[in-house]
Design a protein. Sequence first.
Length: 460
Amino acid sequence: MNYDSSPIAAIATAPGRGGIGVVRVSGKNLEAVMSAVCGTTALQPRHATYLPFRNADGSIIDQGLALYFKAPHSYTGEDVLELQGHGGPVVMQMLLARCLEAGADLDLRLAQPGEFTHRAFLNNKLDLAQAEAVADLIEASTEAAAKSASESLSGVFSKAIHELVEKVIHLRMLVEATLDFPEEEIDFLEKSDARGQLERIRANLAEIFENASQGALLRDGLNVVLAGQPNVGKSSLLNALAGADVAIVTPIAGTTRDKVTETIQMEGIPLNIIDTAGIRDAGDEVERIGIERTWGEVRKADVIVHLLDASRGPTRADEEIVGRFPPNVPVLRIWNKIDLSGHKPGVDCMSDATHIYLSAAERRGIDLLRTELLRVAGWQQTGESRFLARERHLLALKAAREHLDMAAEYVVQGSQTSDQALDLLAEELRIAQERLNSITGEFSSDDLLGVIFSRFCIGK
Ligand code: GDP
Ligand code: ZN
């Protein structure tokens, strides 16, 4: 991506028809565009002015509201002009084209995906975790996910990270000072309770990690594979799960048609349910490829729900399926149709799997399954708000934790002090801080920024 500083423009509203549509322009010297399109350069910042948007020949494209935000008080931190017209695709395209034409001398160009937000980041309007939260808020598939994205966007997550970094910096200063005045080494670290400080930092990090993992669950959901022979009741179970207070939401993006994936939500967590109806002996090559792909999904599952018919018991085909389950994925074994078999609804934790007895058709025991799914996911029902975190954040937090764990060992050794242990301690703390900083983007490489912002939609 090329982030030159020339002004940029894009349609900021979603494609398609809508009540209104917005063309957004950001950069320096926007007066030329303003005067050409709006017929004035005297737009009062942050005030809406109703006026006609005009072509070069004076004909009217649309009438609407012009809004001007003077730098730095704008989304991007640059001067921003927003033109709100009628939300039709053609009229929006015409308005955008007219802006680009009017700004040709300024090198006004079409914005790349995420470029407005990238500029907001570069101009310190948002840190990286907040910028990511913008995309996550737009893409949130459940209310709970949207709520925690907006929490992260408002900076709660970033603030927690900053406070943690401050504590690490404080401890680093102590250690560095001790290295500089070796005579007083042991005393200094002990008097300042370096060990206690480090313990509090680690406890604080553990808390943030816990909260962030819950948030990541809200964002990415849980991949559930529904396995079992035909007619054991997979579709019925899916309906029963979706039927309670759960709603069917849109299928997740990027899934191919050949495997049936449905997303339902449970307590705001998206459950991506993959139906493995296709796991059978392959008839032909095409089917074989499809089945292999399904097994690929099974290997990526967070939990496997294996259905059996309680009135008939396991078959050889079931044994074959079980034999192919990846060893590290937890299995919930569902004995369905207990209305026929006479079992009572219940949960039985056995060494091979957790067994659950239920009836999908009669909707008995479904809550047991829901509770077990949430337990496997590690979900905790707290009233607290969560940070909507990404895998990237979790990895950074984990790395920081590892380095703080190492640091803790050197602090213990520090009482028999070797200079070497102190050096290593200082180094571990430095790396831990660096990892934490990468979350808010303090020391992020251009590569990372490119990856993050290119996933945005255009106009954002
Ligand atoms: P799938 O092929 O695994 O998706 O199974 P379906 O959900 O399509 O169910 C197959 C048949 O079993 C249907 O006739 C269902 O009505 C029936 N069935 C599903 N669950 C139950 C149950 O709990 N009790 C009884 N008696 N029948 C069930
Ligand atoms: Zn089915």
